[in-house]
Design a protein around this ligand. Structure first.
Ligand code: THG
Length: 292
């Protein structure tokens, strides 16, 4: 499992202002802390970056590269900012992301080729978000076809099915799992990636890690290749690296229809089992799901 640290983003209360003021220290400290926590890539999320986005992306890539040579995932919807980052990126960059909107494909697929980058193919189409696993499959086939037309090989395409919050739409939560089980057959050699923390968006902060960890394990059952995730949840990192085999056995068993005897589970197993019931739609999400 490849982990992409999500923590350098313009929405962050401390790093957003540092980006605007061009203050490198907090960003470099965050980069080093994420790496110490065990991530493989750093996501640099500067948002839509409408004004001076190219200057900001060039600056932040350079600032991070002063302290590390870890590979970078460049996260912006501004194609001019994207190219400015690609120009100065020393390692093979991951472009986060390219969606199926015709204008985005035309402006960004050439950049993948020109800079020999990898790309996240975001399953977001002209009509917005896919509604189920089948629409995700159709979109994945389409984006791979379009990328191949530009000479981009499958191993450089990381498909992102778009994770939605469990508090919003359980059917979409299930659809991403189902899609992940189909991906290897429809897009041979492609990789997969999710924005894992999306699953717990809207949940109280202290409860978010439980959702993130259990959903990661569920996606891993179907061979998830990588996740953009919080670098500072040590248990999540452990799970991602295969460190909790007894918990994976429990979770994967439940996904195959096993019904564990809750009375015989350890407190840790119970956390995961209750969360899996919510994420599979067997119990309804509420902020108190762990207490029930
Ligand atoms: N797919 C792809 N890229 C993505 C996403 C995706 N990039 C953005 C996002 N989704 C993944 N990154 C984050 C980054 C931060 C948070 C969630 C997802 C987050 N941050 C806290 C918050 O907003 O409450 C803390 C912010 C802070 O540091 O102050 O939740 O799906 N390809």
């Amino acid at each position: 499992m490849i982990l992409i640290g999500e923590n350098i983003n313009i929405m962050s209360k401390s790093l957003g202002p540092a980006m605007k003021e061009r203050n490198p220290t907090p960003i470099q400290e965050m980069a080093l802390a994420e790496i110490a926590a065990g991530v493989d890539y750093l996501d640099l999320n500067i948002g839509p970056a409408r004004r001076d986005g190219d200057k900001l992306m060039e600056w932040i890539v350079n600032v991070v590269q002063e302290v590390t040579d870890k590979p970078l995932s460049l996260d912006t919807t501004n194609p001019v900012a994207m190219e400015a980052g690609l120009k100065v990126c020393k390692s093979k960059a991951l472009i986060n992301s390219i969606s199926l909107q015709p204008a985005r494909l035309e402006s960004e697929l050439p950049l993948v080729k020109k800079y020999n980058a990898s790309m996240i193919g975001l399953l977001w189409g002209a009509e917005g978000m896919p509604r189920d696993a089948n629409e995700r499959c159709a979109m994945a086939v389409e984006i791979v076809y379009r990328a191949n037309e530009w000479g981009i090989p499958n191993e450089d395409i990381w498909i992102d099915p778009i994770v939605s919050p469990v508090s919003v739409e359980i059917n979409q939560v299930k659809a991403c799992i189902e899609f992940m089980s189909m991906l290897s057959e429809i897009a041979l050699g492609c990789k997969s990636v999710v924005g894992l923390s999306n699953i717990s968006n809207g949940a109280p902060g202290h409860l978010r890690p439980y959702l993130n960890r259990a959903y990661l394990l569920m996606l891993m059952k179907h061979g998830l290749h990588s996740a953009i995730s919080d670098a500072f949840d040590a248990e999540l990192i452990n799970v991602a690296k295969g460190g909790m085999p007894e918990i994976s056995k429990l979770v994967w068993g439940m996904m195959d229809g096993e019904q564990p005897d809750f009375a015989s589970l350890t407190p840790k197993e119970l956390e995961y089992a209750k969360t899996v019931r919510v994420l599979t739609g067997q119990s309804l999400y509420s902020h108190s799901w762990l207490e029930i």
